[in-house]
Design a protein around this ligand. Structure first.
Ligand SMILES: *Cc1c(COP(=O)(O)O)cnc(C)c1O
Length: 423
């Protein structure tokens, strides 16, 4: 892509809702520059004796992620799953990059609408919605949702009968997902026809099929199997004399750009070609959360406690498993890693390049013993007042944090940066 293309995107993002008016630090795509920015934030905060954890969101990473998505799945329109990380700068940037949104509650719809995004760019992708949220969706004009039960159809008929529907089916193979969802949502094969008939009887418009193979899926073949299953539902609708279905929603579960992503997207392209190539005018959409949210966020935490036991080093830092790092409990497949930023003890070489390392344990701040972030992690000798930096911390992190023990995840600040995708 040319540089004028990237200048244009940068301009769009710097003026995006949630970004405009905020300070955005330009970076080259080189780790040291991110480290420099983190150090300058730390030094500035320390002047006021502030040592709170913070995030840096690199908006340039979003541009690369979107480029990569468009290259791999040009026929699949993304609806970013807001629950994964609702940071306004992330939502606003994705909006100007052309993403639509998957919301599951009134508050999520409100946060997307407040960015000036049109309601027809939102899918209310919760198969079992709170009644008052359905009424709200009807009022603001969010006219696409999912269902997998008769009771849900009844609520929609009552409160939002003009809403277009996607029948959510249970994906046949959970693909070894880290957080499979098939046990909670999705119509079983034998439930599909009765549900379609019930929708028809209620004069509701079922325009397509949706599934979600689960977050952090292990195997590409899960998408292939689910796309094949979706085709049988399109056929069932035709058999029942319903209008031709025209939307296929392949859900979320995508890993950030990697070999796994390439493999998954190849499988998806092949499955769409195999099962839907004869369907003209079909719209394919997806609901990626982790894919867009994970890579751009870096978390910095302050070391406020230390204990030395012979060769072992133990550190306490001020965010943990009841905060951003809840992914250790909730998302066991995610590999947490951290590197040192010895702003206090090693000014000349804060990343501690070449320094000897010790087996170290990193604890979170609460009094709970479960609040342990890393064990047997090799780190240089650090001191109270130094920092630890965690990369790839955007997916299901701060969004799920609590204020347990008085350590409030909700107040963690996010600083914005923009690395030029070309450098
Ligand atoms: C959580 C969720 C997503 C996003 O899943 P990722 O694994 O983060 O991509 C998409 N769709 C639905 C319905 C979800 O519940």
């Amino acid at each position: 892509m040319g540089s004028s293309y990237h200048r244009k995107l940068q301009h769009l993002i710097l003026n995006a809702p949630g970004v405009k008016g905020m300070k955005v630090t330009p970076l080259s795509r080189d780790d040291l520059r991110l480290t420099d920015l983190m150090q300058s934030i730390i030094f500035k905060a320390q002047e006021e004796d502030i040592k709170e954890p913070f995030y840096v969101l690199d908006l340039g990473v979003l541009v690369s992620s979107m480029d990569n998505w468009t290259r791999a799945l040009p026929m699949v329109q993304p609806f970013y799953a807001v629950k994964c990380n609702p940071e306004p700068a992330l939502l606003g940037s994705l909006a100007v990059l052309g993403s639509n949104f998957d919301c599951a509650s009134r508050a999520e719809i409100e946060s997307v609408l407040s960015l000036g995004v049109s309601p027809n760019r939102i899918i209310f992708a919760h198969p079992c919605k709170v009644e008052s949220h359905i009424k709200y969706a009807a009022r603001v004009g969010v006219n696409l949702t999912t269902f997998d039960s008769r009771d849900e159809l009844e609520k929609i008929r009552r409160w939002h009968p003009k809403c277009a529907l996607l029948i959510r089916i249970k994906a046949p193979d959970d693909g070894g997902a880290r957080t499979p969802l098939g046990t909670k949502y999705g119509a079983l094969p034998e439930e599909v026809e009765p549900l379609l008939e019930a929708a028809k009887a209620a004069s509701l418009d079922v325009i397509g099929v949706s599934f979600h193979i689960g977050s952090g899926a292990g195997h590409a073949r899960a998408y292939g199997a689910a796309i094949a299953e979706a085709k049988t539902v399109f056929d069932a609708a035709t058999r029942l004399g319903m209008p031709e279905m025209r939307v296929l929603n392949i859900g979320g579960g995508f890993t950030p750009a990697s070999q796994m992503f390439d493999h998954t997207t190849t499988t998806i392209r092949e499955a769409i070609e195999a099962h839907f190539s004869n369907k003209s005018g079909i719209k394919v959409i997806a609901e990626p959360g982790r894919y867009f949210a994970e890579p751009g966020f870096t978390l910095a935490t302050n070391i406020f406690g230390r204990r030395v036991r012979v060769e072992l080093r133990e550190y306490w830092c001020n965010d943990g498993v009841y905060g951003s790092l809840n992914c250790i409990l909730n998302d066991p497949g995610f590999t947490v890693t951290c590197s040192p930023l010895a702003c206090k003890s090693n000014h000349a070489n804060p990343t501690c390049k070449g320094a000897g390392t010790y087996k170290s344990t990193v604890f979170g701040p609460t009094c709970c013993a479960l609040d342990t972030i890393l064990r047997a992690h090799m780190l240089p000798e650090l001191q109270v007042g130094d920092w630890l930096v965690f990369p790839n911390m955007g997916a299901y992190t701060a969004a799920l944090g609590t204020s347990f023990n008085g350590f409030n995840t909700g107040v963690i600040k996010t600083y914005l940066a923009y690395s030029n995708p070309e450098s």
